[in-house]
Design a protein around this ligand. Structure first.
Ligand code: NAD
Length: 435
């Protein structure tokens, strides 16, 4: 099938590359010149496991190309996926300006029958609005659909090919046929396609993301109680998670969620509900708890340094909002480093992939070539992203490098007793502090 994907970011590029790899002819449209130049050279503009290989393979096979104009991209497309960003506006609502600007382009140039699919996360009702808008502007036959994406950065390619389910909001048989055929290479009895109305599919996406955010904030709230009792939240979470009704994932206490989706989608759902005079009380608390969690590591530092942290040297392990991505969008590290710099601490940091992105936000931080170097002569080390490589370090060497061997583990990566035995003053989230 001929496909156009508008927006070659995390979702659009993974979608385009994966559909091409399934044998479709794909044009990805990207209006960021820098990204486009890289993509045309088969270089992914961001880090994602396995993406570089698939990108090159499908460009070489002639199934994938990149364009800078929607009119060119949609020329032969039977399905057009809109995968542009929908970031938060200051009032919490989703900024749909990129979606509408693409809609304008489609309205101006589409000259044949096609299915236009919102893959971006859009508030319930948007795809129907898109249908009405296009109906008022297009002479050709078309249908709209919504196909929210559930991939996780870090395992995006795998998630696209092996999703738990494929959600397709459709408005007619044509949409069902096109999406059914496109996903036939991916769907299995245990990875079903669910067809539903577009409002329902749009809400599946928001409800899923906010429920996962809720699980994280819930366990973090219990963690604060657990810590006050001298308990261990990891034991509590393990005990809870083995109940099949609860499930273990997203019950990991720490400095909370970040990234481009959970915070933005929770804020957007709050906004959409309040707009309709509904009460999103739970969702508002999810966001509040998440913000509190970020500042916990600073509170812990101040507990150890009651004289203040001005002039103290603080090492950071991990900057991206989660491991296996270089994405810094809404990363807890941003709020934490801002607070450190505001208090006049001196920050040195290491992250395997995100230092280039972080340098754009914090040019005054010293970026280190490895985790050991980030620990050199510091008064405290903060673990902000649970990169796997941090597990296999020589911790005796880390202790010997530090000025004061204080570790505040914001991701509960390590065993407190082990770290204490190694010589750290070790603090973590929802567990006893070894100080
Ligand atoms: P992104 O910012 O990485 O990618 C969007 C891309 O669209 C950018 O490269 C941008 O330059 C391009 N773009 C914007 N306007 C354009 C236009 N008019 N023509 C061509 N290109 C244009 O964003 P993302 O993370 O891929 O997210 C895209 C959507 O998918 C959002 O709605 C997001 O909520 C949703 N989503 C994201 C994830 C994720 O993990 N990142 C997962 C599921 C859903």
């Amino acid at each position: 099938m001929n496909i156009a994907v508008i927006g070659a970011g995390y979702v659009g590029l993974v979608t385009g590359v994966s559909f091409a790899n399934l044998g479709n002819d794909v044009v990805c449209v990207e209006n960021d010149r820098e990204k486009l130049a890289l993509l045309r050279k088969a270089v992914p503009p961001f880090y994602e496991l396995g993406l570089a290989e698939l990108l090159k393979k499908n460009i070489d096979a002639g199934r994938l190309r990149f364009s800078d104009t929607v009119s060119d991209g949609i020329r032969n497309a039977e399905a057009i996926f809109i995968a542009v960003g929908t970031p938060s506006l200051p009032d919490g609502s989703a900024d749909l300006s990129a979606v509408w600007s693409v809609a304008e382009e489609i309205a101006a140039h589409l000259d044949h029958k096609a299915l236009i699919v919102t893959k971006s996360t859009v508030p319930p009702g948007t795809t129907k609005e898109l249908k009405n808008f296009l109906a008022s502007r297009l002479d050709v036959k078309f249908e709209v659909a919504n196909n929210p994406e559930f991939l996780r950065q870090g395992t995006a390619i795998r998630d696209f090919i092996l999703p738990d389910r494929i959600i397709c909001g459709v408005e007619g048989d044509y949409g069902k046929r096109v999406l059914g055929s496109l996903y036939s290479g991916i769907a299995r009895p245990d990875r079903p396609i669910l067809f539903m109305d577009t409002v329902d599919s749009e809400l599946v996406k928001y409800a899923s993301n906010t429920f996962l955010a809720l699980k994280i904030s819930f366990i973090n709230e219990i963690a604060s109680f657990c810590a006050s009792l001298g308990g261990d939240i990891d034991e509590v979470a393990k005990g809870m998670g083995l109940d099949r009704r609860i499930a273990p994932r997203f019950l990991h206490a720490g400095i909370g969620f970040g990234g481009s989706c959970f915070p933005k989608d929770t804020k957007a759902l709050v906004y959409e509900m309040e707009k309709r005079s509904l009460y999103p009380g739970i969702l508002k608390e999810v966001l509040k708890r998440n913000q509190l969690q970020r500042m916990l590591v600073i509170e812990k530092l101040k507990m150890l340094y009651p004289e203040g942290i001005s002039g103290k040297s603080v090492g950071i392990w991990g900057l991206s909002f989660k491991p296996n991505t270089d994405d810094m969008r809404n990363a807890p590290s941003i709020d934490i480093i801002s607070a450190l710099l505001e208090e006049k601490a001196v920050v040195r940091a290491y992250d395997p992939y995100a230092m280039k992105q972080a340098n754009r936000i914090f040019p005054d931080v010293t970026y280190c070539p490895n985790a050991y170097d980030a620990a050199r002569e510091v008064d405290a080390l903060l673990v902000l992203t649970e990169w796997h490589e941090f597990r296999d370090l020589d911790f005796e060497r880390v202790v010997s490098l530090m000025h004061n061997p204080v570790m505040v583990d914001g991701r509960n990566m390590f065993n407190p007793r082990d770290m204490s035995r190694l010589g750290f003053r070790y603090l973590s989230i929802g567990r006893r502090d070894y100080i």
